[in-house]
Design a protein around this ligand. Structure first.
Ligand code: PLP
Length: 386
């Protein structure tokens, strides 16, 4: 039979993360620091409320934009949390944060349009951009800069085809949280080049700096060009429910609703009820945020005590992205060998951009005892390489 899979899909390999998980399946007593989701289950009370709503009929399509009660609750949440003055017309509920990302690319990109993205970045961005004909213009960032972009490097990435800038803060994989001064400079850059901004803030509640992190959307002149993506996945331990949302100016959100309606009809109705229950019961998550912060402190303390591991400050999400170049310049080889010899899974840095073969991503999505055990094994592995 002749080749029938479209070339853009054919040329993208399965992710390195999948390769690591498949290899790990061959071992017993594996500790995985590879998983990008909270180990906490959704609180039972939330599942109970959602299922109760399903029993009472929340089993139909909702409007494409989202369940009207959830839309109202998100508007109230954003007002209380970020001081945002939104109307429901500025909002669309999506199939995870992922649904918001695809809808944005679908509606803004024409063939050849470029999206500037600071590296390292979440591996799904590139296929999503390319599958609608767009092109990713990656901008290298350095460990010494805390994996935050320099404006001169962003400037160099601009071409007549530049259409949008994608930011992700708190960041996967580096844990970086962009400070307001940098966001101000990036905002000025976006305005100078008339770029749209897609601000992926799916880790917004997992931020260990004091106060709520600032969004680039709140800066002067940014409201009309910025779409922000939030998600219930990471921030509310609800990955499997697949609910996220995007908010921004009506001229971008209205066509996003159109795209979402043709692609997905609407997000799952029962999951939207669960998201509503989460917003009404936010205190159920407080212990989880504190736990992630203690794990961050623990893992940074353990890594800082290991000679020749260079660690960059991680203020958000649940990842650290240390530099292991003293031991290996090939993070994939390092990760596979660590798995084979100590049964610890980490993700090679190259999964997040070709310039990161010196780094590994460690997710602290396991309990503190398991983190300590994994760090003991990593220490033993590094000692064996000296
Ligand atoms: N954005 C980033 C940076 C992520 O790390 C992820 C998931 O890992 C997503 C978006 C998508 O999350 P979801 O679709 O579960 O909301």
């Amino acid at each position: 039979m002749k080749q029938r899979i479209a070339e853009p899909v054919n040329r993208v390999p399965f992710s390195v993360i999948r390769e690591m998980s498949q290899r790990a399946a061959a071992y017993e007593k594996v500790i995985t620091l590879g998983i990008g989701e909270p180990d906490f289950h959704t609180p039972a009370e939330i599942s109970r409320l959602a299922l109760q709503d399903a029993e009472n009929g929340a089993t139909h399509y909702t409007p494409a934009q989202g369940d009207p009660e959830l839309l109202q609750a998100v508007v109230a949440y954003l007002k209380e949390r970020n001081g945002e003055s939104l109307s429901t017309r500025n909002l669309v509920v999506t199939h995870g944060g992922m649904g918001a990302l695809n809808a944005f690319f679908r509606l803004t990109l024409e063939p050849g349009d470029e999206v500037i993205i600071p590296e390292p970045y979440f591996p799904s961005y590139k296929p999503q951009v390319e599958w609608v004909g767009g092109v990713v213009a990656g901008v290298h960032t350095r460990p010494a800069d805390g994996f935050m972009p320099r404006i001169e490097d962003l400037e160099r990435a601009v071409t007549p085809k530049s259409k949008a800038l994608l930011l992700n803060t708190p960041n996967n994989p580096s844990g970086a949280v962009y400070p307001e001064a940098l966001l101000q400079e990036i905002a000025a850059f976006a305005r100078r080049h008339d770029l749209l901004v897609l601000s992926d803030e799916v880790y917004e509640r997992l931020c260990f700096t004091s106060g709520t992190p600032r969004s680039i959307r709140s800066l002067s002149g940014m409201e009309e060009r910025t779409v922000v993506v939030h998600s219930f996945s990471k921030s509310f331990a609800m990955t499997g429910w697949r609910i996220g949302y995007a908010f921004g100016p009506e001229w971008l959100i209205t066509p996003m609703i159109k795209v979402a309606s043709y692609y997905t009809s609407c997000a799952s109705s029962v999951s939207q009820r669960a998201a509503l229950a989460a917003l009404k019961n936010q205190k159920l998550f407080t212990a989880m945020y504190h736990e992630f912060e203690s794990r961050r402190d623990l893992i940074c303390k353990r890594l800082a005590a290991m000679d020749h591991i260079r660690l960059t400050r991680a203020d958000g999400a649940f990842y650290v992205f240390p530099d292991i170049s003293h031991f290996s310049r090939d993070s994939r080889e390092f990760a596979l060998d660590l798995l084979d010899r100590q049964q610890v899974v980490v993700v090679p840095g190259e999964a997040f951009g070709s310039g990161y073969k010196d780094c590994i991503r460690i997710a602290f999505t396991i309990g503190r005892d398991a983190i300590n055990e994994a760090m003991d094994r990593l220490e033993a592995y590094l000692a064996s390489l000296q």
